[in-house]
Structures are given as structure tokens and as C-alpha cells.
Design a protein around this ligand. Structure first.
Ligand code: GLY
Length: 561
């Protein structure tokens, strides 16, 4: 076994667990990378009990709902990209939230048609109908080897017994403090006497433990009906939300065919709509494939990647939304000939202002959120999952007696064509709100494969997810491994705002000068963003490597024997 990025506590936790797991055979081979050591730990526990990567994914997702409540949870949604080794079957579990039936296109606008600040971000009116509970049940029942009651055990344990919070928890809680304080149930759980807890504080969530136990006992009905549903609906309605029992009854996980593409001998399997991720990545790589990025100088490489991203995010705003509600020209968007047309508008010696792609441009800052994990077992089953409650701690609202923090994923719809969301993303009618519709996402769980290697990767990070995964893929194409993909300095462009956003240290002074000369506006972010979790299988050597983003508090673990 090898540990990557090893905080002392995490090493100890994994060591203790592994010492309790017996029978290390080749079936015990596993690689996992997640945003929290306890979640990675849970994956090992499932493999040790005879489970596969899908059981591990159930356990990881459920533990993250407990130990990383700022990023994901039972009150949120997500996408699980699956590869089943026995027959090579690949699918994406779409557990994205849906708009309540009482939702309507103008629900966040005032009488003059202006977006009411905060309404789609804070409180239960901002929450879509959660998909994570249904997806955990679906994953366990259709792909796992263990009963749900076994794979939910680690999460129930950590919710009941508690765990010591990390610095990320404190930082994100401080960021959402007013919203948490305005929900009495949230404040009672996440704050220490109304304040952000000191380091070393233990977070216990007994109500969430009971909610998870009902899910373990009764499957989807343990969340979408009965006691949990009653409590959810009562609290949501009392606080001005619009959920109904019919919304909960109607919720369904959808299996969707992943988006596929190729880039210089690498096969890419990406997220399907309602994620913009798979389409965006394939489109960007199709544009970039004619350039020899490995040989090109650093400024030109970053300029070309930026120009590809500008065009990808422009198309996202024009065309993408829930495919069950609108027609999206997916095959055209991922067609290499279409990309060739876009490429022909790129000049190596000059940037193209976004205004040349489309009209008047509002601007707004970006954000950070969500969670990702990657896991693969010794048989070759693999899961890339990106899960979210949207903004840190979602809507900030907890339904009394459930311990469940509700998402604010409704903000990922376009409240008004031309308006920007909390990530500064612009959109239009394809992503307008409609009852039962799923909001467009950037979450981009991804598989890569060439003759030598298989990779599983993804990251949180709002609108910047797609560019982070793209930089990871380009680094894979350069021949580097997971340690490098998760560490590459990050920069981003999303068409609007018309600026290259870069994390501190993301661009060298030479690159900044070079990009400025080409006409790019440059904007440094206030912090290093993303939390990529990645693993690689080396086909010839029959071994794993894995890495957890140095910007986060996660843990990658591999066991090669
Ligand atoms: N809530 C962030 C995303 O889905 O893109």
C-alpha cells in the first residue's frame, strides 16, 4: 500500500483500518482519491469486506455527505461515471437535482424582471429536489456487491460518533455564516454556540445518522417518503420553499450514455448532459488537437487553450440544457469538423474579444464548491463521481430533524436570459427554469484511456471545473502522472467575463506579459482553487498511482498487492 499526500491523522486512520482488514489478495487491489481521508478510508473498508469499486463509491459519497457538508450531501445531487469491468459497459448515473413542480421561469425575478439577489442561492426556495439518496440506492442495487446497509455504515458511524473538523470546514463555514445562522437547525449542527468552531472541534450529526439509517433500512423510500420526507416538506414549506410530496415521489435517477471523444490517441469518456462537462471537454480537445501543445512555447499554449475555452463556454451558453426538455445538437458540437470551424477563427498572434462572439457582456466573480472522488478496484471497475450542493453549504438551510443541508442548485439555471449566475456564467433559454427540469452543470467526472494507461479524474470548482479537468487531460497527454495533474498551475476562461482568470502562481510573469501582449485581460483569483482527485492504472506494470490535490485536505491511497 502506498499513501499519497499523507497528513499524520490520515496516515494513522488508514493504517488502523488496514490492520483490521485481512486477506490481501489481488482482489484487494484498489486506488482511491477523495477530498477527505475518512471517505478514502471508507473505500478501503468496503473493498476489505468483499465489495467492489461501486460499493466503495456508495460509501465514499455517503461519508463525504457527513464529513464534507460544505461540498455535497444527501440534500444535493451529482454525476457518477461508471465503467463495469466484466463487460466494459459505461454509463453515467444522473442524480442531478430537479426543479420542483411549482417552479417557474420567472421565480427569481422582481416585477421589473430583475433578478432578486440571493433568492436562488439562500434558503429552501433555492433548493432543487435532491438526487444523491436515490443515486446511492441505485448504485448499490444495480452495480454493488454489498447491501446498502453495509456501504452506508461508515457514514452512519461518522455522523453519530463525530469527527474532528478541518481548516477547510472552518473557512467555508465562515464564508456562509449569515446563511447558516439564519437556519436554526443548520446553526445548531454546524456552529459552536452560534460561532464558527475552533480547530479541533468535533462535529456530531445525530439527526443525519438517523436519516442515513432510514435510507439504509428502506432504500429510496427511506428518504423520499415516510418520516424523512415529512420532516423535509414541513421545514421547507414553513421557510417559504415550494417542495411537494409529488416532487419527492417523481424523483428518478437517469442512466445516460457518456460523451466520448479522442485526443491524440487518448480515448475520453466524459459526463453527459445535463452536465456541460463531457461536451465541453471533447469540444476543447477537438479544437486543440491540431496544435502540438507539448512542443509549443508556454505563452502560445496557454493562449490557444484560452481561446478554445472561450468558444466552448460560448456554445455552452447558446445550446446546453436538460436534454429531456430541449433539443441539444450534441453530435454537431462534438464533431471534429465543427471544431475545425471554431479553430479557423483562432489566431496565434491575437486574442479574440468575447464580444466578437456575441453581444453585450455582464461580468461577475466566480466561486468554489462541490466535491469529487475517483475509485478503481483490482477487477477494473471504476467510478468518477462529482457531487454537489452547489455553493459552500448549499442553501445554508437544514430541514429540522433531518440533519440534511439543502442544495441551492436552482442557481445553476439561468434565472433570466443574459443574466449571470453565482459563478459568473451566462446562459439563455436552453437552461431556463421549468418544473421537473434539471439545471445545467459543469461537473466533469472523466475517464481517459490510451494503450498504456487508464485515468480517472475530476474536481470541484463551479464554472472552472471544465478548465481544470482540461488542464489535467493535457498534462496526461504530456505523459505525466496523477501527482502532476492535480498540481498543475490553473488558469481559466469562460467567455464571460472576458478575462483569463488564474490562481496565484498559475501563470509566470513571462506568461502574463506574453498573454497581455496577445490582447488578453488577466485576473488573478484570491485563492488557489480546485480539489482534484485522480488515479491512474498502468496497464503493463499492473499497478496503480493516485493523487489528491495539494490545495485540499484529501487523501489518495493505492494498494497494489
Ligand atoms: N453546482 C455546480 C455545477 O453543477 O456545475
Amino acid at each position: 500500500m502506498k499513501l499519497a499526500k499523507t497528513p499524520v491523522v490520515a496516515v494513522l486512520a488508514v493504517f488502523l483500518t488496514l490492520s483490521a482488514i485481512t486477506g490481501h489478495t489481488t482482489e484487494n487491489k484498489v486506488a482511491v482519491a477523495s477530498a477527505h481521508p475518512l471517505a478514502s478510508h471508507a473505500a478501503l473498508e468496503m473493498i476489505g469486506r468483499g465489495g467492489n469499486a461501486f460499493d466503495a463509491a456508495v460509501a465514499i459519497g455517503a461519508v463525504l455527505a457527513v464529513v464534507e457538508p460544505a461540498g455535497s450531501g444527501l440534500g444535493g445531487g451529482g454525476f457518477w461515471l461508471l465503467h463495469r469491468a466484466s463487460d466494459g459497459f459505461e454509463t453515467m448515473l444522473d442524480g442531478r437535482e430537479t426543479a420542483p413542480l411549482a417552479a417557474h421561469q420567472d421565480m427569481y425575478l422582481d416585477a421589473e424582471g430583475r433578478v432578486i439577489p440571493g433568492l436562488s442561492i439562500d434558503g429552501p426556495l433555492s433548493a432543487g429536489i435532491p438526487g444523491v439518496p436515490a443515486a446511492l440506492v441505485h448504485l448499490a442495487e444495480h452495480y454493488g456487491k454489498l447491501p446498502l446497509s453495509a456501504s452506508l455504515q461508515p457514514a452512519i458511524r461518522y455522523a453519530r460518533d463525530g469527527f474532528i473538523i478541518g481548516e477547510r470546514y472552518r473557512r467555508l463555514l465562515s464564508f456562509r455564516l449569515p446563511q447558516i445562522q439564519s437556519s436554526p437547525a443548520a446553526a445548531a449542527i454546524f456552529l459552536d454556540n452560534g460561532r464558527v468552531p475552533d480547530p479541533g472541534w468535533t462535529l456530531r450529526q445525530p439527526d443525519l445518522a438517523k436519516t442515513l439509517q432510514r435510507l439504509a433500512d428502506f432504500g429510496a423510500a427511506g428518504f423520499y417518503a415516510g418520516e424523512t420526507a415529512e420532516k423535509l416538506l414541513k421545514s421547507v414549506k414553513a421557510a417559504g420553499g415550494i417542495w411537494s410530496q409529488q416532487d419527492l415521489d417523481n424523483y428518478r435517477v437517469v442512466e445516460r450514455e457518456p460523451v466520448k471523444g479522442t485526443y491524440r490517441g487518448i480515448r475520453i469518456t466524459g459526463a453527459a448532459l445535463p452536465s456541460a462537462g463531457g461536451i465541453g471537454l471533447v469540444q476543447a480537445l477537438n479544437i486543440l488537437t491540431e496544435y502540438d501543445l507539448t512542443a509549443i512555447d508556454a505563452v502560445t499554449r496557454k493562449h490557444l487553450v484560452t481561446e478554445a475555452l472561450r468558444r466552448v463556454y460560448h456554445d455552452r451558453a447558446l445550446y446546453l440544457g436538460d436534454p429531456d426538455f430541449i433539443d441539444v445538437p450534441v453530435s454537431r458540437l462534438i464533431n471534429p469538423d465543427y471544431a475545425a470551424g471554431l479553430r479557423s477563427t483562432i489566431r496565434k498572434d491575437r486574442s479574440l474579444p468575447s464580444v466578437m462572439l456575441s453581444g453585450d457582456i455582464p461580468e461577475q466573480a466566480g466561486g468554489d464548491n462541490t466535491t469529487h472522488f475517483s475509485v478503481m478496484d483490482g477487477e477494473g471497475n471504476r467510478v468518477a463521481a462529482t457531487l454537489s450542493v452547489n455553493y459552500p453549504f448549499g442553501s445554508g438551510f437544514v430541514a429540522e430533524g433531518t440533519g440534511v443541508i439543502l442544495n441551492d442548485e436552482m442557481d445553476d439555471f439561468d434565472s433570466r436570459p443574459g443574466a449571470v449566475n453565482v459563478y459568473g456564467l451566462i446562459g439563455g433559454l436552453p437552461n431556463a427554469i421549468a418544473p421537473g427540469k434539471r439545471m445545467l452543470s459543469s461537473m466533469s467526472p472523466t475517464f481517459l484511456e490510451d494503450d498504456e494507461r487508464i485515468a480517472v479524474l475530476g474536481t470541484p470548482g463551479g464554472s472552472r471545473i471544465i478548465s481544470m479537468v482540461l488542464l489535467g487531460i493535457l498534462d496526461f497527454a504530456d505523459g505525466n502522472g496523477p501527482d502532476s495533474w492535480v498540481s498543475v498551475p490553473r488558469y481559466h476562461h469562460q467567455y464571460i467575463p472576458d478575462a483569463v482568470q488564474y490562481e496565484p502562481g498559475g501563470l509566470s510573469s513571462e506568461e502574463l506579459q506574453g498573454l497581455e501582449k496577445l490582447g488578453h485581460r488577466l485576473r488573478e483569483t484570491s485563492y488557489r482553487y480546485g480539489d482534484m482527485q485522480a488515479l491512474q492504472w498502468h496497464k503493463r506494470e499492473g499497478r496503480f498511482s493516485a493523487a489528491s490535490d495539494p490545495r485540499g485536505e484529501g487523501l489518495a491511497v493505492i494498494r497494489n498487492d
